[in-house]
Design a protein around this ligand. Structure first.
Ligand SMILES: Nc1nc2c(ncn2[C@@H]2O[C@H](COP(=O)(O)OP(=O)(O)OP(=O)(O)O)[C@@H](O)[C@H]2O)c(=O)[nH]1
Length: 390
């Protein structure tokens, strides 16, 4: 292997991290910057500072006695923040703080080792601590392995392997100072430098690509899910309804559809403000969910009109479910900042018939809903089904 001297590798790492920082500065992340990305950008800045300090220390611009401990302390702070960002990205928000504490302890531990032994113990501590933090980052990437994307799994494995190479260097200095067979300690040092460089690249591209994956997943989700209430929107509900429409053409248990419209909701918005109206909507969805089975589905059709799909349920059973939800809504006022807001809803109930299209199905349910409204609101009406002509 060509000789990669330590000063060159440190310089390459400094330049690489500085380049990443520049890219992140000009990256348009939209109006809201995700916390994981902010933490990660900070970690890159700190690491860029660390490698730069180590590089200029190596070149004799800054006294080594200052550059080495200062550079490594910054480096541990940087990798600790980076591991914390990876936990944040993986949804383990609680792990961020312990990672930062571990970073502070690592700095302390390293400084003690440096003070005891400037050469041997220092590289043992540096390699083991850096490897440890990157391994923590790999563990964070591996969270939710089953649902993780291929990219995330690949990054978790690559990070773990490279972290082990970095840590192996520290162990070799400690246990096999003369090297082992062809694996000389110099070769391990070079491999460890290359691993650090690859970690920088893998984490750099990986984090940005993972962010992009998450953004496109979120976009796809928003096509079928209502962002305020986290239930299927009209399109999502119709998607879920399609197989039940097809099943209705075969003999078997019926599937019911309930449509629900909150009564006089304009009064809530006008009287208590739009945010209070949103709270009421969340509360209503919550109440509905509590009255339904896992196999049932509530979706938001438009505004304050909802639909509920009740598989294997006939019209009378569906009317009972609707009545339960009606009573729950009417008897649980919502606490807003200013007052208790009482709410009622009107319901239309029908079952899917073999000859139904979504238009005829919703027309029937909506007619029943309008009948409830005309009859004074806060009630459940079953659709009138015209007999099928022979
Ligand atoms: N806070 C809030 N209000 C909404 C939302 N979507 C729709 N609305 C409001 O809900 C109200 C719906 O009004 P309508 O369904 O036309 O009528 P209503 O006042 O509910 O009266 P009836 O349906 O005739 O009983 C309107 O004032 C909308 O602005 C939302 O996401 N949040």
């Amino acid at each position: 292997m060509t000789n990669l001297d330590a000063t060159t590798m440190v310089l390459v790492l400094a330049l690489g991290n500085l380049a990443l920082c520049a890219l992140l500065t000009f990256f348009d992340h939209g109006p809201v910057r995700p916390p994981a990305l902010s933490a990660w950008a900070l970690s890159k800045q700190v690491q860029a500072g660390a490698w730069t300090l180590l590089a200029i220390g190596g070149a004799g611009v800054v006294p080594e006695a200052l550059a080495l401990p200062g550079g490594y302390a910054l480096l541990f702070a940087g990798v600790a923040v980076e591991a914390g960002a990876a936990f944040e990205q993986g949804g383990r928000h609680g792990w961020r703080r312990p990672t930062l504490v571990a970073g502070a302890l690592a700095i302390l531990g390293f400084l003690v080792c440096y003070w005891i032994d400037e050469q041997g113990l220092r590289s043992v501590a540096a390699s083991l601590l850096l490897g440890g933090f990157y391994l923590a980052g790999a563990a964070a990437l591996a969270t939710g392995w089953r649902n993780a994307s291929l990219l995330q799994r690949f990054l978790a494995i690559v990070t773990a392997v490279l972290a082990l190479v970095v840590a192996a260097r520290g162990l070799s200095v400690l246990l096999l100072p003369g090297g082992w067979r062809w694996l000389s300690s110099e070769l391990l040092r070079q491999l460890s430098s290359i691993a650090l460089y690859l970690l920088m690249l893998a984490n750099g591209f990986g984090m940005l690509l993972l962010g992009r994956e998450a953004a496109s997943r979120e976009l796809a989700r928003l096509e079928v899910v209502d962002p305020l209430l986290d239930v299927p929107n009209r399109r999502g509900f119709f998607n879920a309804l399609a197989p039940w429409m097809a099943l209705a053409r075969r003999p078997g248990l019926p599937t019911a559809l309930v449509v629900l419209d909150l009564d006089d909701f304009k009064r809530v918005n006008d009287g208590y403000g739009h945010p209070a109206g949103d709270t009421v909507l969340r509360h209503v969805v919550d109440l509905c969910r509590r009255q339904l089975r896992d196999s049932d589905l509530v979706g938001r059709l438009v505004g304050v009109e909802f639909a509920i799909l009740l598989p294997r349920t006939n019209a009378d059973e569906a009317a009972l479910v609707a009545e339960r939800i009606r009573a729950a809504i009417a008897s649980s006022p919502v606490k807003s900042e200013r007052a208790l807001i009482s709410m009622t809803a009107s319901f239309g109930v029908t079952v899917i018939r073999p000859e139904d299209s979504t238009v005829t199905l919703f027309q029937r349910a909506d007619d029943a809903l309008q009948a409830s409204k005309r009859a004074g609101r806060n009630r459940v009406s079953q659709a009138v089904v015209a007999p099928v002509e022979a």
